[in-house]
Each structure stands twice: as structure tokens, then as C-alpha cells.
Design a protein around this ligand. Structure first.
Ligand SMILES: NC(=O)c1ccc[n+]([C@@H]2O[C@H](COP(=O)([O-])OP(=O)(O)OC[C@H]3O[C@@H](n4cnc5c(N)ncnc54)[C@H](O)[C@@H]3O)[C@@H](O)[C@H]2O)c1
Length: 260
């Protein structure tokens, strides 16, 4: 996939999935803007890109929940090549893991703020630039929890279902400027978060790591967690010319855990 000379913003690019996406887009030739509250991680991502010798990266520390910071992010991005070809809205938080009656209003609002308000603000400020260019690809990272219920996670599930609504509506609104908007719905990803969950279950259940993994991947047709590199490769594809006719879609990368 050729993404040479594309300018790409990745929110939450300082760790986890966002880092993998940034590395992959850089590998395909894009210049990366890493926008994250995790400044240390962002510099690590930028360093990794520099060391690999393909693509360039700039760190613009950003809290996506503040409109003035998002406006600064866009301004700082335009300084590079006066364009924004790709926006990957990846930043997200888990929110509380509780029954609904135990969730504090602040926890509900914090989840909405990062997962939806932040995404809205990034789209709002990037779209005018993309309209002028008559070109752009926006990828919103949702979740399979945007497709099916996940008990004790009402705020998270609500936001991820909202991400799909935002994606479809925005795709319909901006298609005539040749701006494409798609969502990706990852399944449980290999990484720090799932390791903590597995260790927690092993401790209270006395089960082996293999048993816990087998149970947690039972619902996946491929019986595995998802390596984030496969989410990153779908992002790269969706941003490429090869995907020119794909917009308004929510694409599962979940080892077959959901199939709709
Ligand atoms: N980990 C999984 O199993 C999984 C599964 C499905 C979907 N997802 C989604 O993928 C995305 C990335 O998940 P991850 O597992 O890499 O999570 P992560 O916690 O490792 O990374 C999230 C990133 O978002 C950043 N972030 C948080 N609040 C922010 C803010 N206000 N402004 C800017 N950046 C902010 C964090 O600093 C971090 O770098 C999220 O949207 C998540 O919901 C993850």
C-alpha cells in the first residue's frame, strides 16, 4: 500500500494500538503526527519511526477533550505540508467496569468525553481542511463492543455504538468532498490490557494461563486474541487508493468474534 507523502494524525499514538497504527502508516510512507496526552510514549513512537528509517514523525501533545488543544493540533499539522490526508481517531478509555447503579456520573461523563467528544472535536477541526483538499480518510476506532452488548460496561459500549453512528452519519455528510469515513471494530487485542485481565482471572480462579486464554477466546472463530498489527494493516488499507470505494463502513478485525 502506497501512502507516500500522506500527512496522518494518529490520536493516542503513544502506546498500544495507536502506536502500531502510527508505525504501520509510517512504514507505508506517511508523515505521522502523534497526538496523545501520553507525551513520553509519543516520543517513543516518534523515535521508533526515526530508527526504522521510513517515514517522519512529529509529536504534538494533545488532550483531545479540549477544543483549543485540538485546534492547535490541526494548526501544528498544517505547518508540515499544509494538508491532512489521514485522521485516525484511536484515543479511547475503558471506562468503569461496574453495574449501572454503581457508576458515578463523573465516570460516565469521563468515558463520553474521551471516546465521543474527543472524536467529534478531531473530526470537526480536520474536516474543513479535508474539504478544501477534496480528499481525506478518517478512521474511527470503535470496538466489537460497538456491535454487541458487554455487561458491566454500559458507558464504554454506549460510546463505541456512538462511534459507529458518528462514522455513518459523517460519511454520508462529507462524501461529496471525496472524504471517506470508516470505523474499525477490533476484538480483544494482545497487549498490556489483556495481560492484566488474564493475570487477574488466574489469581482469583487458580486457573492456568492457557485455561484462561482458551476460555476468553472461545467466542472467536479463530480461537485467538487479535494482534494489533492486523488492525494497523486494515487502517493502512482503508487509507489507501485501493479502498477508494469504501466509506461509512464498520469493519470487524476480531478473529470472527462477531460477524455482522
Ligand atoms: N485493547 C483492546 O482490547 C481494544 C479492543 C477494541 C477496541 N479498542 C480500542 O482501541 C483504541 C486503543 O486502545 P488500546 O488498547 O491501545 O488502549 P491504550 O489505553 O493502550 O491506549 C489509549 C491511548 O489513548 C490515549 N488517550 C487517553 N485519553 C486521551 C485524551 N484525553 N487525549 C488524547 N489521548 C488520550 C492514551 O494516552 C493512550 O495512549 C481505543 O479506542 C480502544 O477503545 C481496544
Amino acid at each position: 500500500m502506497n501512502l507516500n507523502n500522506q500527512v496522518a494524525i494518529v490520536t493516542g499514538g503513544g502506546q498500544g494500538l495507536g502506536q502500531q497504527i502510527a508505525l504501520r502508516l509510517a512504514q507505508e510512507g506517511s508523515t505521522l503526527i502523534i497526538a496523545d496526552i501520553n507525551e513520553k510514549g509519543s516520543w517513543e513512537t516518534a523515535e521508533m519511526i526515526a530508527k526504522r528509517g521510513n517515514g517522519k514523525a512529529k509529536v504534538i501533545p494533545t488532550d483531545i477533550t479540549y477544543e483549543n488543544q485540538v485546534a492547535e493540533l490541526i494548526k501544528g499539522t498544517l505547518e508540515i505540508g499544509n494538508r491532512i490526508d489521514i485522521l485516525v481517531n484511536n484515543s479511547g478509555i475503558m471506562g468503569p467496569v461496574k453495574n449501572i447503579e454503581d457508576i458515578f456520573l463523573e465516570e460516565w461523563e469521563a468515558t463520553m468525553k474521551v471516546n465521543l467528544r474527543g472524536m467529534f472535536l478531531c473530526c470537526k477541526h480536520a474536516i474543513p481542511v479535508m474539504k478544501k483538499q477534496e480528499k481525506g480518510s478518517i478512521i474511527n476506532i470503535a470496538s466489537i463492543t460497538g456491535k454487541r452488548p458487554l455487561t458491566q460496561r454500559t458507558p464504554y459500549a454506549t460510546t463505541k455504538m456512538g462511534v459507529i453512528g458518528l462514522t455513518r452519519t459523517l460519511a454520508a455528510e462529507v462524501g461529496k468532498w471525496k472524504i471517506r469515513v470508516n470505523a474499525i471494530c477490533p476484538g480483544a487485542l494482545i497487549g498490556r490490557r489483556i495481560d492484566l485481565v488474564i493475570e487477574g482471572i488466574m489469581k482469583y480462579s487458580g486457573k492456568s494461563r492457557e485455561q484462561v486464554i482458551a476460555e476468553r477466546t472461545e467466542a472467536a472463530a479463530l480461537k485467538t486474541f487479535v494482534d494489533p498489527k492486523y488492525v494497523a494493516s486494515v487502517v493502512a488499507f482503508l487509507c489507501s487508493e485501493e479502498a477508494a470505494m469504501i466509506t461509512g463502513q464498520d469493519i470487524n478485525v476480531c478473529a470472527g468474534t462477531v460477524m455482522y
